[in-house]
Design a protein around this ligand. Structure first.
Ligand code: PMV
Length: 369
């Protein structure tokens, strides 16, 4: 599919008003996306676990207005009006207007809430942008008259297209958001070994996954809840002209190929090595860009060292990954849950801000409420 396939022909229904609610999860990448081209096209493919507890719920209410040149919307977080969220959504609307030509026909009220604390350092952009994209897709679905039996209409009503386009739109809001729609494992970015993979949207991981990864656990240790000093947009841009960029993009491709075998065989030792190396490589790219920056905090390193010591002493299959921040995602198989939670309580909570952490598990994606 190409971008053109996401431009609707005409809408045959008119609707005056309505509202839709979707709940959409966050995700954590195992092979990281870092570096993008124009229009949020990733420089390398990535794969992520979908999370089940860290979600954003968004209700989009809409009321017909006179079509004019301006977008009209208000945003609320936990019932509080958030004008500081508007520029990001305005940018998103501009990017997706071609694909959702009804955007200027309505006034929208966007009411959103997160299951995780807003100032937790957990980015709400993946869950937030995917929830909003799904709400907008529900509006589009209403605008298409289901009585018309044209093939194209059938296609548009098709659930697969609905999710693909939602993922395509979410990507234009925040790249990694396109991996938050469906499936426990999601691939985004063209990779030769993964049929159907695309730079334009995320796809459900299509191959066999070993039992070891069923209900895989992710405990997110909240090390630093402050605003990041460097946004991921700035970080991605620093991959332009980065001295190690081309090697990194090649490595990510290879790591994704290796991950396919690991997921099939269930080899947790090679899984650990790949996932931790990816996390540290992501941060190494930040440290070696110009300007350079460090998002890890002293407690991030304390936790990593404690995890390594615990693994050496006990033979546990615990490992860590990081996103673009100081928080640590502690990953482990379901059968180790009680042992690892005890270790976290006894040894890692001390390094979390206010002792806070969030227990999560791989989930299946977004839901319409
Ligand atoms: O979706 P963005 O533009 O915020 O980029 C996020 C990139 C990482 O979280 C660091 C890695 C990833 O693949 O999710």
């Amino acid at each position: 599919m190409t971008e053109k396939d996401f431009i609707p022909k005409t809408y045959s229904n008119t609707i005056e008003s309505g509202s839709f609610t979707w709940s959409s999860p966050s995700n954590i990448a195992l092979v990281k996306y870092w570096g993008k081209r124009e229009h949020q096209i990733p420089e390398n493919p990535s794969i992520s676990f979908t999370l089940d507890n860290c979600k954003t719920t968004t209700t989009l209410s809409f009321l017909k207005k006179d079509a004019n040149e301006a977008f009209s919307f208000d945003v609320f977080l936990d019932d509080e009006k958030k004008d500081d969220f508007k520029p990001k959504i305005e940018t998103f609307f501009k990017r997706v207007e071609l694909y959702l030509p009804f955007l200027k026909d309505y006034h929208f009220k966007i009411e959103t809430s997160n299951t995780f604390p807003h100032s937790s350092g957990i980015a709400s952009s993946a869950s937030g942008m995917s929830a909003l994209a799904l709400c907008l897709m529900s509006v589009e679905k209403e605008l298409i008259n289901s009585d018309v039996t044209l093939k194209t209409t059938e296609e548009i009503l098709n659930q697969e297209y609905f999710i693909k386009k939602a993922s395509f739109l979410a990507r234009l809001g925040s790249g990694s958001a396109c991996r938050s729609l469906e499936g426990d494992l999601v691939v985004w970015g063209k990779h030769d070994a993964i049929k159907g993979s695309s730079d334009l949207y995320g796809v459900k991981y299509p191959f066999e996954v070993h039992q070891n990864f069923k209900n895989y656990q992710d405990t997110i240790l909240l090390v630093d809840k402050g605003e990041k000093q460097v946004s991921s947009t700035v970080g991605h841009n620093l991959m332009f002209g980065h001295p190690f960029a081309q090697e990194r993009f090649k490595q990510a491709n290879k790591n994704l190929s290796d991950m396919v075998s690991i997921l099939k065989d269930g080899n947790l030792d090679t899984f650990i090595a790949l996932v931790e190396s990816e996390a540290l490589t992501l941060h190494a790219m930040m440290m070696t860009s110009m300007p350079y920056f460090i998002l890890m905090k002293p407690n991030t390193l304390e936790i990593i060292n404690k995890i390594w010591a615990f693994r050496n002493e006990t033979g546990s299959k615990i490992c860590f990954t990081l996103d673009a921040g100081a928080n640590v995602h502690v990953l482990y198989p379901e059968y180790e849950t009680s042992q690892v939670l005890e270790f976290i309580q006894n040894e890692l909570v001390a390094y979390c801000q206010n002792g806070q952490y969030i227990c999560d598990v791989i989930g299946l994606g977004a839901n319409k409420l």
